[in-house]
Design a protein around this ligand. Structure first.
Ligand SMILES: Nc1ncnc2c1ncn2[C@@H]1O[C@H](COP(=O)(O)OP(=O)(O)OP(=O)(O)O)[C@@H](O)[C@H]1O
Ligand SMILES: [Mg+2]
Length: 284
């Protein structure tokens, strides 16, 4: 029963009801309330992003900005559109690949920056590559408490999240190295954390950078917690049978998109994106 219905049942008069209505309306959070407040805890090193040929925050134009618009749109539609209601944890997006070096970190960070530029969305970038935390290194937060420390219950989620100077971007570092990281990522605690992250803010996307699927079991373990997977494939480098093997490991995932990275199509940044769904045919 809603607060207003309860008030009606109590027989409140119109004036008292108006007060209740006002209280209900003002207590409903507006999208901007979900933007973390307070001083940024980390500054994004824009020069470093530029050096690496990555998206610069607020870059509205250019090849890369356009490509990430193409990549993020179906992800946002799945996460927040009507069809997304059937996808569990639809706003959790795992970025992975078959092999090392195909461009997972590049894609995860750019995707997060691109989503942070949306007017009414916020984004949490999680470094879930807990063995080789490149995202944490790139953002200068390696060594800080993070995902592993939360799973070990050494810190709370609130204490580990880092606000950045990009108002809509929050970062969760990988945290300390742990010999049983895979078991922690497969744990019930990780399941609870994924659910909590997914439900906490209705306008937030959570992007996970991860290790390669065929090198460790961590990525496939993580894939079980998320609603969407983005498989990065290095064009003209990763053999087709390898991509098929990786795709087979994602067979139980609800939505799998594919980004073809580092193509040599004559584009400025040598980057070409293809985004498909589970019906994407890997060349059978
Ligand atoms: N589209 C691209 N344009 C330019 N540089 C890129 C592109 N994709 C990746 N790179 C560069 O290629 C290198 C490897 O990319 P990245 O670190 O993102 O791969 P990864 O899949 O995360 O690797 P790992 O498996 O080691 O975590 C990096 O130096 C990155 O900056
Ligand atoms: Mg990486």
């Amino acid at each position: 029963m809603s607060t207003i219905e309860k008030a009606l049942e109590k027989g409140l008069d119109e004036a008292a009801l108006d007060e209740v209505r006002e209280e209900v309306e003002t207590s409903a959070p507006s999208p901007t309330q979900y933007v973390p407040t307070g001083k940024p805890q980390i500054q994004i090193d824009v020069d470093r992003l530029r050096e690496l040929g990555m998206l610069e925050p607020d870059a509205a134009h250019g090849q890369l900005a356009e490509e990430f618009r193409i990549i993020k749109r179906p992800i946002l539609t799945n996460a927040f559109g009507q069809g997304g209601q059937q996808i569990q944890n639809a706003n959790l997006v795992l970025v992975t690949s078959s092999l090392p070096g195909e461009g997972k970190t590049f894609t995860a960070v750019n995707l997060a920056l691109s989503i942070a530029a949306e007017r009414d969305k916020t984004v949490l970038l999680v470094d879930a590559d807990v063995v080789k935390p490149s995202t944490s290194q790139l953002l200068g937060v390696d060594g800080r408490a993070g995902l592993i420390d939360i799973l070990e219950r050494r810190v709370t989620v609130a204490d580990a999240l880092l606000r950045t100077d990009i108002p809509k971007l929050t970062v969760l570092p990988a945290g300390r190295r742990h010999p049983h990281a895979t078991e922690l990522l497969a744990s019930e605690e990780m399941n609870r954390l994924a659910q909590e992250m997914s439900r906490r803010y209705p306008d937030r996307v959570i992007v996970f950078d991860s290790p390669p699927l065929l090198a460790t079991t961590q990525a496939s373990v993580l894939a079980a917690h998320v609603g969407q997977v983005l498989l990065v494939v290095e064009a003209e480098a990763t053999p087709q049978y390898i991509v098929k093997e990786a795709a087979a490991m994602l067979a139980d995932c609800q939505v799998v998109g594919c980004v073809l990275n580092k193509t040599n199509q004559g584009f400025g940044l040598g980057y070409y994106a293809y985004y498909g769904y589970k019906y994407y045919n890997y060349g059978e």
